[in-house]
Design a protein around this ligand. Structure first.
Ligand code: GPK
Length: 832
């Protein structure tokens, strides 16, 4: 093997690990062996899927030596690791990343070609594992990629959902969800380990008993249980020689089915237990920052953290490990509140199972957890009614009560005359129903609490968790998000990657600050010409994909103006739509000459949570406006809307590199960070955005002159809301806005039907929770500046190059360094 541990593995010291030969011939041999012996087909009869599966398994072999060596070395060293607990890992396709890590692309291309197979055709056969909703899940995937690349020991723990994020289709412009049966054609990247299954209990009651010394104690007598089967995934680092592990849990019944009942002929009853258990990992909750008190969701959360803690304590740690040293060996990072039930679970393990006294257990537990908050929307902070929690996890509820009692005692000592404050900070909410506030529990238990961008962390301290920040100022910190430059620049934008490497060498792939070296080239006309050429080629590439994938035709000669993210009112897709409708209205009424319109392709990509009615209506409206504009020949194709269905990681990888303009237009103070904004920047798009989330840092780094800032800032928003926001006032006073809204109401986009989109417009006029109307004029003005800037292609390209050159800060490698320095204290481990 070329890198990594190969040299150390000798038969004299330890048993050998198989090694694959890094040549075209060896690859071809391996591939045919997998195809013939593994897949059981002959090349002449093999389907594309057969060939894809055989190739994926072959590529996987090339990473195996490093994986096994990493595991061996870790069990020798027992170095401190990160356990990243996350209900979502939005991985995207695996093949290209594996080829990159194994340095195999050339060999595989040549080897397959010698067999008459095109690598690209096999690439298309991969169904991406969509085990996440959006930003939060994709962030987890970027983080584990960075840790492997930086040689930091990490286990990702999550759920192997049988169905990932739903497949979105449009029927008459409306979103229709289809189940995401991603495992249907096989899953070559996973390693199931049914022999290592663990049992997870639920329900039942708590009983009192006397231990051997006569001490009265309490313990859980569960009512039912399920099995958690681990599936391991490789997380290969880039050029590091390390392969970390992602362990996803799948739920099984403890008794597959009751044979006696089955034999008696009651087949339905016999499989009931099985169905019930397997439902726990059946499907990803299609939510994004919306509350939903679902029992199954709490079951999922407890299921995966209980499996993970048990796994770590019983299987990862060496036998006889002194758990008092747990904080030296692990830090459990809580990715939002979804895994927070791990806190009382670790307490239960230490106190009830290991027999520790409470204070001892609490001191250790507090050192083992840290919590990341990803939102500012109050309704997105999870709370679990005690009725539900007590029914599902009675002992955990008791433990939470005790944590809370001691916490409130501490507060009463600190604030003897401020009972109001004490009640505000209680982990238990009393209204509207008695419930556990998971964010508060995480804040009390965690050694650190972080937000995901500078502004977000500030607002957490000042608003959402202000009492806690006053009580424990040193607990709060910021780690601005990042994205992996391997997937979102090197792999997704080969043209630009090649140009960058030619200019500054290839060190940027693991040291993204080196992009700074491109700054002088912004003034180099030849460099700018090549940069533009690459952007154009990327537009041709996405045009081809959209035509084949969706039957959508776009014009690569236009400005690509792209807004891709979950559909949510706070993100304000409607603001962008109002801009488009206003342009259209002005053109059709002759107030704007077609010749003065910058030809644009407005691209949208967005899924709405299936139960989020307003979001779905907005999708229908975008599609309706799109159909009208795209069919209106009087526009001569100067304005077109492209809204491909089922936006996912795979589509992002071709769409983002083609963008000229990145839309980051959330209401200030609502988007915790955003990570799409970073991907666009690194791929040479300019941002039009509000002073929100990581936009703030993007603008600071790239400079005002290379960023289209508009809109209210967070203090202004707070002030307007405080005074009593009246959206209708903007309708009354802004003629363009009024005409745009009236045009929608007139039925112009709904075949004359005035009712179809009335709810969307009425909501904007009478409620407009996210102040779209208040920011309309500022947005339109900023878009006018975009048109002017785009007209000067040399200046525009200069700005685009500077966006790339100054984007290095947004590597998730940097985020990981910040977590390591400020929170985890898990130094890299050298591979040999
Ligand atoms: C935040 F609260 C949540 C959630 O449930 N899901 C989700 O994707 C996002 N997020 C934020 O909305 C983004 O601003 C942020 O960049 C991302 O998490 C990662 O931190």
């Amino acid at each position: 093997i070329r890198r990594g541990y190969g040299g150390r593995v000798t038969a004299e010291t330890i048993p050998p690990i198989a090694v694959r030969e890094h040549t075209v011939d060896a690859f071809v041999r391996e591939f045919l062996r997998e195809l013939n012996f593994g897949q059981g087909v002959d090349l002449t009869r093999a389907s594309v899927n057969d060939k894809y599966l055989a190739m994926a398994r072959t590529v996987r072999h090339y990473l195996m030596t490093r994986w096994l060596s990493t595991l061996r070395r870790q069990s020798e060293l027992q170095a401190k690791s990160v356990a990243y607990l996350s209900a979502e890992f939005l991985l995207g396709r695996q093949l290209d990343n594996a080829l990159l890590a194994a340095d195999l692309e050339d060999i595989v291309t040549e080897g397959l070609a010698s067999l008459g197979i095109e690598l690209d055709e096999l690439r298309q056969a991969e169904v991406e594992p969509g085990l996440g909703n959006g930003g939060l899940g994709r962030l987890a995937a970027c983080f584990i990629d960075s840790l492997a690349t930086m040689n930091v020991p990490c286990i990702g723990y999550g759920i192997r959902y049988e169905y990932g994020i739903f497949q979105q289709t449009f029927v008459d412009g409306e979103q229709v969800e289809k189940p995401d049966d991603w495992l249907r054609l096989g899953s070559p990247w996973e390693f199931p380990h049914p022999e290592s299954a663990v049992t997870v209990d639920f329900g039942g009651s708590v009983e009192q008993y006397q231990d051997d010394d006569g001490v009265v104690k309490r313990r859980w007598v569960p009512g039912w249980s399920v099995l958690g089967v681990p599936y391991n995934y490789m997380v290969p680092g880039y050029e590091s020689g390390r392969v970390n592990t992602l362990r996803l849990w799948s739920a099984r019944a403890t008794r597959a089915f009751d044979l006696e009942i089955f034999n008696s002929g009651d087949y339905a009853e016999a499989v009931r237990a099985q169905t019930f258990a397997e439902n726990i990992s059946k499907v990803l909750y299609p939510e994004d920052s919306t509350p939903q008190g679902k029992e199954l969701r709490l079951q999922q959360q407890y299921f995966f953290v209980a499996c993970s803690i048990k796994d770590f304590v019983d299987q990862v740690l060496p036998q006889g490990f002194d758990l008092h040293k747990l904080p030296e060996r692990i830090v459990f990072q809580l990715n939002d509140t979804h895994p927070v039930i791990a806190v009382p679970e670790l307490m239960r393990v230490l106190v009830d199972e290991k027999g520790w006294d409470w204070d001892d257990a609490w001191a250790t537990t507090q050192q083992c957890f840290a919590y990341t908050c990803h939102t500012l929307l109050p309704e997105a902070l999870e709370v679990w009614p005690v009725e539900l929690l007590g029914r599902l996890l009675p002992r955990h509820l008791e433990i939470i009560y005790r944590i809370n009692e001691e916490f409130l005692e501490e507060l009463r000592e600190a604030y003897p005359d401020d009972e109001l404050r004490v009640r505000r900070m209680s982990i238990i909410a009393e209204y509207p129903v008695r419930a556990v506030r998971m964010a508060y529990l995480a804040t009390v238990a965690g050694s650190k609490v972080n937000g995901v961008a500078a502004l977000h962390s500030q607002l957490l301290r000042d608003k959402v968790l202000d009492d806690f920040a006053q009580h424990w100022p040193e607990k709060f910190t910021n780690v601005t998000n990042g994205v992996t430059p391997r997937r979102f620049l090197k792999l997704s934008n080969p043209g630009l990657s090649g140009l960058i490497t030619e200019a500054i060498g290839d060190g940027w792939v693991t040291d993204l600050d080196r992009l700074k070296g491109l700054e002088p080239l912004a003034d180099d006309a030849e460099f700018r010409r090549r940069f533009r050429e690459i952007k154009h080629a990327n537009k041709l590439r996405i045009a081809d994909v959209l035509e084949r994938r969706d039957g959508i035709v776009v014009d690569p000669e236009t400005l690509f103006d792209v807004m891709v993210k979950r559909l949510h009112e706070y993100k304000r897709q409607t603001l962008k739509l109002l801009h488009i409708v206003s342009l259209y209205e002005q053109i059709t009424t002759g107030r704007l000459a077609l010749a003065d319109v910058t030809p644009r392709t407005f691209a949208f990509g967005a899924k709405a949570a299936p139960g989020y009615v307003m979001a779905k209506q907005i999708i229908a409206l975008i599609n309706a406006v799109g159909r009208t504009l795209n069919e209106d020949t009087s526009l001569e194709g100067r304005l077109r809307i492209a809204f491909p269905a089922n936006y996912n990681v795979t589509l992002a990888e071709t769409l983002i590199p083609a963008a000229d303009l990145s839309e980051q237009i959330s209401l200030a103070g609502k988007e915790a960070s955003g990570t799409g904004n970073m991907k666009f920047m690194l791929n040479g798009a300019l941002t039009i955005g509000t002073d929100d989330g990581a936009n703030v840092e993007i603008r600071q780094l790239v400079g005002d002159e290379n960023f289209f800032l508009f809109g209210l800032d967070e203090p202004q928003v707070a002030e307007i809301v405080e005074r009593g926001y009246q959206p209708s006032a903007y309708y009354e006073t802004n003629a363009d806005l009024r005409r745009a809204l009236d045009l929608i109401l007139s039925g112009a986009f709904s075949g004359g039907d005035r009712h179809t989109f009335e709810p969307v417009v009425a909501n904007l006029l009478h409620e407009d929770r996210f102040l779209a109307l208040a920011d309309f004029q500022a947005y339109v003005d900023a878009q006018a500046k975009v048109d002017v800037a785009y007209a000067d292609q040399e200046a525009w390209t200069r700005s685009a190059v500077l966006n790339v050159a100054r984007g290095g800060f947004f590597s998730s490698d940097r985020s990981m360094r910040d977590y390591i320095d400020r929170i985890w204290h898990t130094p890299p481990v050298s591979p040999s």
